[in-house]
Design a protein around this ligand. Structure first.
Ligand SMILES: Cc1cc2nc3c(=O)[nH]c(=O)nc-3n(C[C@H](O)[C@H](O)[C@H](O)COP(=O)(O)OP(=O)(O)OC[C@H]3O[C@@H](n4cnc5c(N)ncnc54)[C@H](O)[C@@H]3O)c2cc1C
Length: 478
């Protein structure tokens, strides 16, 4: 996290028919023709504060203007203006992204959806919520809980990040091992297209297969195909409160062996997370949580079943068989919540180690998790760097987090190299470069390596169909 900025050159957008049309004064006049003055920010100190998300090493440009629409019509007005004047548009949620996908490009309109933050409907019969994109994930979660319902995707940033951003990056979270990721909960969308037209995709019904699944296409599209202005989200009945268990291991390999035994044994925990010793120490240093620092790897598991204590006992036995040195079930929901809080603090705590982090997001088949951990250790040693590993272990989704001092050029170079080597290792192990954080600008070359030239060509063709002028979040993904 924390950022190094360079200007972004985005020169592929055609000039407008009238070359003076995109002059800053004209752009502002045109925007103000359909937006209230308070929704249009031009003070350079303020617009500069919208330049980046939370990724390191991602170039960012200077926005010409930041707009904060409150209605669908206002978003349509922005996109019509941008199309006419050929001005790039960068959609943004809360800018907690970790790949530079929300970073501004020079002269762009930053389209921040944070003021469109209404929950429009919660329907217990249809088990759906209809929301605007700026709704904060945790706010939605709490609102649906009041109706006995549950919205599972829960990124650790859930108190800050928006549903629009979650859809843009196809976010995951802690409970995905049982409940799946954002893509599984987005039933339908209203999207403002690049030229300002409004398109509805998907459905609010329990089933539906009419035509191509454009809803799914938009999930994870990183603001490159259209602006999400409304989402229909599937909800689940609220499960019983989960109970958490902490298991300590003398090595990462033993903890990964426990994960394999748990999954092969047919268990369905509601959470299965791993924190290595570096991460545990960082969390203790930041928040004095009293986690066991002698452990090499701490596994957190939970069940939200009718008898979580019995399920945890069976899972604890598997941890012991894999060599756990200690297995400690939480006494109650409060203690469980404390352990989860420690896990959610991990990335923030690792950032405090040296001031800056680069957070990998490599997801491997669970059966290869041990090899990824071992390889990451080798890479850390080779580059003489601290790399803490925190992982959604039950999904095989790891966040090896390179801690470095951004003021030290040599350390920064080694950080970038080790970050790349971890992605290469992930691909070698049959994994993906990103399980949930997206490609953005940080992993552009790596997307091409993962999906190959034909894959890139087809993805570009899709982009061209939705955004023929290339004005939507240019420079991201490819
Ligand atoms: C401490 C910390 C912990 C994190 N933990 C997790 C985690 O556990 N799991 C996880 O998946 N991520 C995690 N993240 C990453 C981040 O929070 C997620 O990627 C999140 O979904 C981003 O949401 P946002 O509102 O901040 O979106 P932004 O960062 O503002 O935008 C993300 C992308 O979505 C696009 N976008 C935003 N709104 C719209 C819209 N309305 N229409 C079209 N495109 C749009 C943007 O252009 C950009 O490409 C974490 C980040 C931090 C800082």
């Amino acid at each position: 996290m924390a950022v190094e900025c360079e200007p972004v050159i985005m020169s592929r957008i055609e000039a407008p028919p009238d070359k003076d049309a995109a002059a800053p004064g004209n752009l502002l006049d045109r925007l103000l023709g359909g937006l209230p003055a308070e929704a249009v920010l031009t003070d350079p100190d303020i617009t500069a504060s919208y330049a980046n998300d939370m990724a390191s090493f991602c170039p960012a440009g200077a926005p010409a203007v930041v707009v904060l629409p409150r209605t669908v019509e206002e978003v349509q007005h922005v996109m019509r203006t941008a199309t006419e004047l050929r001005v790039p548009v960068v959609p943004q949620g809360a800018r907690t992204g970790l790949s530079g996908a929300a970073n501004a490009s020079d002269g762009c309109i930053v389209l921040s959806l944070t003021k469109m933050d209404r929950i429009l409907e919660i329907n217990p019969v249809d088990r759906i919520a209809v929301v605007e994109p700026g709704v904060i994930n945790a706010a939605l979660s709490r609102a649906v809980n009041e109706h006995g319902l549950y919205y599972p995707p829960d990124p650790s940033s859930w108190e800050m990040c928006t549903i629009g951003g979650n859809i843009g990056t196809a976010s995951g979270g802690l409970c995905c091992v049982k409940y799946g990721v954002t893509a599984e909960y987005v039933l339908g969308l209203d999207v403002v297209l690049a030229d300002g037209r409004l398109m509805s995709t998907g459905r609010r019904t329990a089933k539906g297969v009419a035509g191509y699944d454009l809803t799914r296409l938009f999930v994870g599209s990183e603001g490159s195909l259209g602006i999400v202005v409304r989402a229909i989200l599937a909800l689940k009945p609220q499960p019983p409160e989960q109970l958490v268990l902490a298991a300590e291991f003398a090595s990462g390999a033993a903890a990964c062996d426990a994960v394999c035994r748990i999954m092969a044994g047919g268990h369905v925990p509601s959470l299965l997370e791993l924190m290595d010793r570096t991460t545990v120490k960082a969390v203790n240093d930041l928040a004095h949580m009293g986690l066991p620092e002698s452990t090499e790897a701490l596994l957190l598991a939970a069940f939200d079943t009718a008898d979580p204590a019995a399920d945890l006992a069976a899972l604890g036995a598997l941890c012991e068989a894999a060599g756990a040195t200690q297995v400690v079930p939480a006494d109650d929901a409060a203690e469980s919540e404390l352990l989860l809080k420690a896990r959610r603090l991990s990335l923030t705590a690792l950032e405090a180690v040296k001031g800056t982090t680069m957070i990998d997001d490599v997801c491997v088949p669970r059966s290869r998790l041990g090899e990824l951990l071992e390889g990451t250790e080798r890479i850390a040693e080779k580059h003489q760097l601290t790399i803490g590993v925190v992982a959604h272990a039950g999904d095989g989704n790891t966040h090896p987090t390179v801690c470095f001092d951004a003021a030290d050029p040599d350390e920064s170079r080694r950080a970038r190299e080790s970050f790349d080597e971890i992605m290469a290792l992930g691909l070698e192990l049959g994994g993906t470069i990103t399980g949930e954080h997206g490609v953005g600008v940080l992993k552009k070359e790596w997307l091409a390596r993962e999906i190959g030239p034909v894959g890139v060509e087809m993805q570009r063709a899709i982009k061209a169909a939705f955004d023929p002028l290339g004005i939507l979040n240019p420079g991201k993904l490819f």
